[in-house]
Design a protein around this ligand. Structure first.
Ligand SMILES: Cc1ncc(C[n+]2csc(CCOP(=O)(O)OP(=O)(O)O)c2C)c(N)n1
Ligand code: SF4
Length: 276
């Protein structure tokens, strides 16, 4: 790895492995934005760990020249939290899809927001399960009729990840559009630099199962009202949000979680407490 941080460029953060994503998949642009952000911040690659679950988007650690762990579906966050607590010196990125993060991993998402450990969670949201061939995900619209796998559409209201993040205590909340890798990189720089749990939803089209998402390139727009630290204002803004506003929504000032420093206790000693 190139450790001379002055010489770092976006390319320094790309691995030799060629992505196997479909041509035109939005995740290419997210990969590019992450490498641009890391180069901008000049973070030494060997001090970064990228943790993911399972899905097309969760393949991303393999394509980055950082340490990485391609884990279990929906379990990237607890893994990353454990890593950050035991190695606070590392920059920890967590990345994956809306299925991975909000369906099977939904409960971990709530509690990661609450716990507020200092890491950055990037969700490549394509409102579908890409890897398993196009099932509806928690962010799929109730009236999405394209898939034969959900006849009549999902018919349930989609989960709003930014609302959930705000309500659950995330310390930084943003939406980016993969169609704008430079803008996404800027948002990622802010997210990584902000202390505590930073959540970035990136609109990342699945061109295979949701080709209509190519339109996001034209319809995503800069949010009018950004960078507030006022949680009530952020909540009001979100009530009007239609999923296409892009920008940093909320900057909290909660202290990141750190484990209490205490003397270790022997298991045999602990067991004594439970002897009847
Ligand atoms: C425990 C478990 N359940 C289900 C699966 C099957 N599975 C693999 S990826 C995936 C969903 C992927 O969707 P998403 O996280 O949105 O990522 P995308 O492929 O769209 O990037 C599912 C259900 C699995 N691998 N493990
Ligand atoms: S199936 Fe969709 S999410 Fe998966 S690589 Fe192809 S375009 Fe991307």
């Amino acid at each position: 790895m190139d450790t001379a941080t002055t010489k770092l460029t976006a390319k320094s953060y790309k691995s030799e492995i060629k992505p196997v994503w479909c041509p035109g998949c939005g995740d290419y642009a997210v990969l590019s934005a992450i490498t641009k952000a890391l180069a901008e911040m000049r973070i030494a690659p060997e001090t970064i760990a990228t943790i993911s679950g399972i899905g097309c988007s969760s393949r991303i650690p393999a394509y980055l020249n950082t340490y990485g762990f391609h884990g279990v579906h929906g379990r990237a966050l607890p893994l990353a939290i454990g890593l950050k607590l035991s190695r606070p010196d590392l920059t920890v990125l967590v990345a994956g899809g809306d299925g991975d993060g909000f369906s099977i991993g939904g409960n971990h998402f709530l509690h990661a927001c609450r716990r507020n450990v200092d890491l950055t969670y990037i969700v490549m949201d394509n409102q579908v399960y890409g890897m398993t061939k196009g099932q509806a995900s928690p962010t799929t619209e109730a009236d999405w009729l394209r898939s034969k796998l959900t006849p009549g559409g999902p018919r349930i209201n989609p989960f709003h990840p930014l609302v959930i993040a705000l309500a659950s205590g995330a310390n930084f909340i943003a939406r980016a559009s993969g169609a704008d890798p430079n803008g996404t990189a800027k948002i990622l720089v802010e997210a990584i630099a902000h202390p505590g749990f930073s959540f970035v939803q990136i609109l990342s089209p699945c061109v295979t199962y949701r080709p209509e998402q190519r339109e996001w390139k034209k319809t995503a727009r800069p949010a009018a009202d950004t960078h507030t630290s006022d949680i009530a204002q952020a909540a009001r803004w979100l009530l009007k949000d239609d999923n296409l506003n892009v920008g940093v929504l909320y900057l909290g000032d909660r202290e990141p979680f750190t484990p209490p420093s205490q003397d270790t206790i022997e298991v045999s000693e602990l067991e004594q407490e439970f002897v009847l």
